[in-house]
Every structure is written in structure tokens, then in C-alpha cells.
Design a protein around this ligand. Sequence first.
Ligand SMILES: Cc1cc2nc3c(=O)[nH]c(=O)nc-3n(C[C@H](O)[C@H](O)[C@H](O)COP(=O)(O)O)c2cc1C
Length: 454
Amino acid sequence: MADHEKFHYKTLEDLKEEIKKLNVSIHLNEDMSVFQNPVRVGKKIASNALAVLPMEGCDSNRDGSPSELVKRRYKRFAEGGAGLLWWEANAVVEEGRANELQMMLTRENLTQFSELMEDVKKTAEKEKFHQIHILQLTHSGRYSRPVGHAAKPMIPQHDPILDGRCGVNDHTPLVTDEYLDRLTDRYVESARLAKAAGFDGVDIKACHRYLISELLASHTRKGKYGGSFENRSRFLLQTIRAVKETMGSDFIVACRFNVFDAHPYPYGFGCDKDDMWKFDETEPLLLVKQMCEAGVELLSNSAGNPYYIYPQVTRPFDLSSMGIPVPKEHPLQSIDRLFSFTRKIQQAAGNVPVVGNGYTWLRQWIPYAGAANLKDHSCSFVGLGRSSFAYPLAPKDILRTGKMDPEKCCITCSKCTQIMRDHGKTGCVIRDKEVYAKLYQEARKEAEQREKMG
Ligand SMILES: Cc1cc2nc3c(=O)[nH]c(=O)nc-3n(C[C@H](O)[C@H](O)[C@H](O)COP(=O)(O)O)c2cc1C
């Protein structure tokens, strides 16, 4: 692996040279017309091949309804005109919230969500954009923190590497099979509410080592949800089937899932038993096949555990959040890993569209890498994560001019992640500083005070 470097490519030629030097499979194409192609998702059509990836702001109202910051974020995303808007993590149960301001659609706040959706659609229509809206349904599992600052982990397995880092001790009980049996119904209920609010579909989130993602890796768990692949994938597949059966064919069931945890056996998914850095595609590809058979019509691959010490596996960066070591690989190698996963998953998924990710570090060269991946069917959508916080109008610029403005691009400084780690409300501290510079400082100060008090 090559040394980590910060982004420094002034011209496309500079980037090409680095790609060649590192011998990574990142291709660049200057024909931007591919972004204009409509993409079929189930029975719906996205008007172009750009997507906003789920990016949570940790800033809903206490009852889970959209706050002013949430409304602002989604209207900005709508103005950007991406064909697919994949809404952030929305908890299906109170105890599974990652923070007390995580989005949570309920019967009681359905009207507020419906009103926001109407506004968001009107905003897009003004610009003549038609967007597909997917709501990401989640249970945060070992990363649950539903009230205040205290972790309230709900774990499917003990993990000697992660337990100590998230408030789990030897006596912490595992979530029971009965709890998981009932939880499937809560995903179904959230899907019903999402449809009523105007969403086109829901994502049964299984990435980033939240509950379903960790279930996929629960080799040591006993009973019907652990051990064999059939058992580890049981919860995800039964939930997909239950949602599909209830919602019918007009409603999209999607899945954003980890294909590779970068975590050692027997605690990781998609990793070689002897070398956790080696991808073992056997189970992820089988899972794709089974999810498609169960009725999934949209996929997004992700990887890694953003809470652990290798966040570059999820999101390649220049600078990381505090306490994270400099990665022992070049960001282009991290991007290559994510692109190659998408390529594999898209191949296995056939006509089911796959949303690619890991583009943001490339800044103004994103459209060139995206165009190449779309052109050779390495993905069906080019998904933008941190870029959407920093530069929500990037899709519009790509569609209309084929270019992104380097002065507006995300600089992958990880300040948005730092705010999350500090339990604050997050967004782009650099490009949206009028709102988020102050929120960053406040959250930092409070976190430092908590650290001092032990
Ligand atoms: C602040 C922040 C919030 C995020 N929220 C979510 C989320 O709610 N759901 C999810 O699946 N991924 C989430 N992600 C991951 C992104 O969707 C994306 O996979 C990652 O940032 C890599 O894409 P990028 O290089 O375009 O940023 C989040 C990432 C960050 C930095």
C-alpha cells in the first residue's frame, strides 16, 4: 500500500498520472452525457444518474420530526436535481436511535413529514427535476444512544474489539430472538408511514455495523439469527420480504449494505478468514442474489465501520476526525476499493440499479470518474455523500455544465464527522460556515467539557 496523501491534483492529467503510478482501477471519461440518462428503479424512473447518498444531520426535533435544519437540507438537495434522493437514517424504534435528534417518522409526526415532502417536491419541480425519494430505515444496534450522551448499546453479538469502545461489558445482554422477530414488524410499520408521507420506497439499512450490518457478521451468535450464513442473513431477508409483501409492487424496497467490514473473523462480514483486509466475495454476492429474489429493486454498497479506526474504508479523506490514525493507504486506493465493490455488486445484481459511492475525495474530478463508471456499467447511479453537504448544487452543475466548481467542493476535512462524534448537529463547516462553524465550535466545547469531567 502507498503512503497517504492529501488531494493535490490541479489538472485531470495530474490525477491520471497518480492513478497510473498507483496502478488502481479508477477510470476517467470526459463524456458527461451519461449523467443525463434516466434510470429505472422498480416501476419508477429517476430523471438522471446522480444520487444524493444518505447523510444524517443529527438535527431533527426531539420527536423525530423535521426541524428547520432538516427542511433546509432537503430543499437544498432537491434544488440540486439529483435523480435519486436517498434520505438519511430514520430510526424504526426509539431505543434504536443513534442520537436523540435522529430522524424518526411516526404516526404522530406524519403530517410534518408529508408537508416537508410536498415542499421538497415543489422545489424540484420549479427546476423541472423529477426525483425518486427513498427513506433509510435503521436500528443503530451497538451504536444506539437514544437519550442524552449515554450510550445504550443493543448488541447481536459480543465483539472483543468493539465492545470496550461502545460501552459494552461482559454482562451486556444480547438482543433476543424474540426482540428481532418483533422488530421486523416495526420496519413494516415505518415503510407504511413512509409511503403515506410520499416516499417512493424505503431502504432496509444494513451497513456501517449498525444492528442489521452486525447481524450479518454474527458468526458467534447462537440460535436462528446467528452462526450460518442462512441465519446471519435471516433478519435482513425476512424484513425485506415482509416489507415487500405489505407494500406491493409500486413501492421500492432498497438496501444499503456493507459488502466488506474490514474486521477480523469471526466478527466481520465479507472478509477473508485469515486476512481481514482481503475481500471474500462469496457471501456478499450470495446476499445480493437473495435480496434481488426477495424483491429488492435498488442497492447501494458501502463498507467499513465509520466508528472504528479505519474510517477511510467508508469515506476516503484528507484529514480524519480526532483520535483516528493516518491511514496506511493512499485515498485513491481506498476509492479503488469502493469502486471495485460497486462494480462487482452491479455485475451480480444485473438489472437492479446499484448506487456507487466514495467519490467525494475526488473534488472537481468527480464527474470524470462518475462518467467512466456509468459508461462501463460499473454502477447505475453516481452517489454523492459529503459532497452533498458542501455543494448541494453539484448535480445541477454536472448536468448543465459537465463541471464542478473546485471552490465549492468538499475538502474531506472530516469536520462533519467530528460534529457527529461530539454529539452535535452536523453539516459542512467549510462551505456552509454561516450555519455550521458555530455549531462545530459549540459541539467541540461541550465535548471537551465532558472529556474533562471524565
Ligand atoms: C456526517 C455523515 C453522515 C452520514 N450519514 C449517513 C447515513 O445516515 N446513512 C448512511 O448510509 N451513510 C451515511 N454516511 C455515509 C455516506 O453516505 C457515504 O457513504 C460516505 O460519506 C462516502 O461517500 P462520499 O465519499 O461521497 O462522502 C454519512 C457520512 C457522514 C460523513
